[in-house]
Design a protein around this ligand. Structure first.
Ligand code: ADP
Ligand code: MG
Length: 230
């Protein structure tokens, strides 16, 4: 639970996300999706409730594991790579281990996103879609147990988006992280999710397989929300 200025913006949210699966937190703008994600990441702190990662408590109201020790990868719409570091340095940033071990990880992931030839280039040489793929490689490099993605595709133009979404999904599944993807677009959730948690006014109003939610929305608001999916 999270309050801002006496207003409860996230309330009784209970979510379990499984390794190798994509769970979509779907809901209209302002319903509390990003706030939920920030609490899981540890960059914001809940007022009530607990968070566990891989079976271990990372946060309650008095105890708090810092974000960098939660085994969590982050990707946001504004995925800003470090402009003064090369693509390879961006991916290896913050990685632990020896030089050759780090190099191997960087090369493997850049290979996987098809951008190994850009390893010594700087981000401004790359297109938006390519930067996005580097950001994905960077987020996956430390092998996070959980990947948190906050509308990572909304800055991309339509032409690119489908391809990058599919590639991202394949790579995430291969790497086996539990993925929590935030989106306000029903169509994106239908395409990417194994499980959808539908959020409204700070609460989860329905949760289940995309097909089930689409076919049997919980209430009229949910029907209206889904009505623009084809
Ligand atoms: P979403 O990501 O679903 O669009 P947010 O989690 O960003 O929603 O915001 C949920 C609500 O909490 C909104 O009403 C927003 O204005 C409010 N909110 C978010 N962050 C803060 C903050 N740091 N201070 C005050 N209010 C906030
Ligand atoms: Mg948001």
């Amino acid at each position: 639970m999270r309050r801002f200025d006496g207003q409860t913006v996230v309330d009784h949210v209970s979510l379990q996300i499984a390794p190798g699966q994509v769970t979509c937190l779907l809901g209209p703008s302002g319903c509390g999706k990003s706030t939920t994600l920030r609490m899981i990441a540890g960059v914001d702190m809940q007022d009530e409730g607990t968070i566990h990662v891989d079976g271990k408590l990372v946060c309650d109201t008095v105890f708090r594991v810092p974000p960098e020790r939660r085994s969590i990868g982050l990707m946001f719409q504004d995925f800003a790579l470090f402009p003064h570091l090369s693509v390879g340095e961006n991916v290896s940033f913050g990685l632990k281990g020896g030089r050759s071990e780090k190099r191997a990880t960087v090369e493997r992931l850049l290979d996987r996103v098809g951008l190994r030839h850009y390893i010594d280039h700087y981000p401004h040489h790359l297109s938006g879609g390519e930067q996005q793929r580097v950001a994905l490689a960077r987020a996956l490099a430390p092998q996070p147990k959980i990947m948190l993605m906050d509308e990572p595709f909304s800055g991309l133009d339509n032409r690119l988006r489908d391809g990058i979404r599919d590639e991202t999904l394949d790579l995430l599944k291969e790497e086996g992280a539990a993925v929590l993807l935030v989106t306000h677009e029903p169509e994106e959730a239908m395409r990417m999710a194994d499980e959808i948690a539908l959020m409204r006014d700070g609460r989860i109003v329905q949760q289940g397989a995309p097909y089930n939610i689409y076919n049997a929305p919980a209430d009229r608001d949910a029907v209206a929300f889904f009505s623009d999916v084809n």
